[in-house]
Structure formats: C-alpha cells, structure tokens
Write a protein that binds this ligand. Structure first.
Ligand code: KMH
Ligand code: ZN
Length: 273
C-alpha cells in the first residue's frame, strides 16, 4: 500500500468559534493551525478563507495572504484551495481563488441538500466550467463526491475528456443531504471509481474516525479537520486541528501504514512541484 496521505481541512465555511473555539479565522490563526497540523503529519492543507470575524470569503487577495503565511511556516506543504466556498456563492466568486495559481484545488462533482434550506449547487455546467478552467490553468484538482451519483458524473466527464488530470477522489460522507458514512457506503464509493484512481475519505461529524480507519485499511487516504468534525471523541471538543491529525497518525501506526510527506504525496498523486 502507498504511504498514507493525510489532508487537514482546518476551517471550512460553516463551523464557528461558538461551536469550537479552536476554529481558525484570522491569518495568524490559520497559519498556526496549518503549521501544527503539518507538524503532526498532514501533507495537504484543505483551505477555505475567512475574514477576521469568521465570514467565509473566496477573495483572492485574502487567500493569497493566508497561503503565503502558511507557506512561510511550512514551505513544502501542499495547499489545496476550496472552490466550493460557501453555500450561495456564484461560480465566478468561487473561482476567484484560482487567480493565485494554487497547486491544488477542489472540484465539487454534484449538487446536494446541505441542511435546512441550504443547497450546495454544482450543476453539470458548473462542473464542466470549473474543470475546464483548472485544466487550462494547470491546477490539480481533487474530485469531491458527496454521494454515488457524483462519482457517476465524473465517469461521464472522464469519458468526454472534460476531467483530465490524475484521478483523485475525495469521498465526503455524512453531510445531511448527502450519503451517510457507513461501511457499505464507503465500499460502494470505493468500488465505483476507476482502478487507476486514488481516493481519500472525509467523514463528517461522527463518521470522521470510523471512515478514516476503513480508508487506512483499504489503501485509501484520509482527510480530517475542524471543517468536518469538531470532536476528538464523543463529547470532547478537539483542542486543535493537530489533535485530529494525531489521532489518525496513531491509527495508521496500528495498521502499519507510514505517513506520506508532502513530496511523497505529490509522487502518489502524480503531481509536479
Ligand atoms: N462549504 C461547502 C459548501 C469544497 O471545499 O470544495 C463546500 C465545501 C466543498 O466545503
Ligand atoms: Zn471544504
């Protein structure tokens, strides 16, 4: 099995300091949290931007400052920017961050309910628009799939040549409105992607560590972080993003899986630096 690539989703767009005071908002908080996660074993930082008051933004200048602050502390880490942003943002607003030429970005592969009245919109034309832009700009993308229909969409786009880079999936399971994160869901997703593809799993809420363990066992990779889950264990808030990464590192040790450095992650994902 390949070494384990750990991605840390440090802040997201939905969670707040009221839910867990460790959620980073400011540039300094983001950089410090990313650095600690990297030191703990994360090779990839999945990044959303916030203003100092916590409001999510896709503003390229805000992203640039955060990305530079992270790179100053850990120059080799892979920064994967979100093109999902927050519910309700327009296509071009979400894509503004690409103007910083990030090494990696997300490609969300379908629409889903996102709790209450929220809908996270990714129409077929949106996906095509995003993929074509990233192909042109040579930005490596990870395909985020929240349910099996999203995987099927990628398969159609791969056939049509719209999706062109190395196939790397992120199964984001457990969102209210998406697929749950039970073992059968994980196996269904994993068994539905092309053989040459790599995948990572992001379990939302209580699914974070059960899915991490399944992915470690089955040769996949893992995403954890406060964007996805606020708790280290039931009723115990995570003190930091690093604490969540540490827990995965311990789990990987128990299964004899070594942790990939950022450069090893680049090799596994067939990326150029
Ligand atoms: N905040 C969600 C609406 C991504 O990063 O690409 C979208 C999201 C996906 O988090
Ligand atoms: Zn995200």
């Amino acid at each position: 099995m390949d070494k384990l690539i750990i991605t840390c989703a440090i802040t997201g767009a939905e969670v707040t300091k009221e839910m867990n005071p460790a959620v980073p908002y400011t540039v300094e908080e983001m950089a410090q949290s990313a650095f600690e996660a990297y030191q703990a074993g994360a090779a990839i930082i999945h990044l959303h931007a916030r203003w100092d008051d916590g409001t999510p933004t896709q503003d390229k200048n805000r992203f640039k400052i955060i990305m530079e602050a992270i790179k100053k502390r850990c120059p080799d880490v892979i920064i994967q920017v979100s093109t999902g942003g927050a519910v309700g943002m327009s296509r071009d607003e979400r894509l503004d961050v690409l103007n910083n030429f990030p090494e990696m970005a997300t490609l969300d592969c379908g629409t889903l309910n996102f709790g209450g009245d929220d809908i996270f919109v990714n129409t077929e034309n949106d996906i095509k628009y995003f993929a074509e832009k990233m192909n042109k700009m040579n930005v490596r993308y990870e395909m985020e799939c929240f349910e099996k229909g999203h995987v099927d969409t990628t398969l159609r786009f791969i056939k049509k040549g719209v999706i062109q880079n190395h196939l790397h999936y992120s199964f984001v399971l457990g969102v209210r409105g998406g697929m749950t994160g039970e073992e059968r869901d994980f196996l269904f997703m994993k068994d539905s992607i092309p053989e040459e593809a790599t995948f990572s799993v992001a379990g939302i809420g209580r699914y974070e560590f059960s899915l991490a363990e399944l992915s470690i066992k089955h040769g996949g990779h893992v995403r954890v972080g406060l964007e996805d889950n606020l708790y280290l264990e039931k009723g115990v808030l995570a003190q930091s993003n690093a604490a969540l990464v540490n827990k995965v590192v311990e789990m990987a040790k128990a299964y004899g899986r070594a942790i990939a450095t950022p450069d090893e992650a680049r090799q596994i994902l067939k990326m150029r630096r």
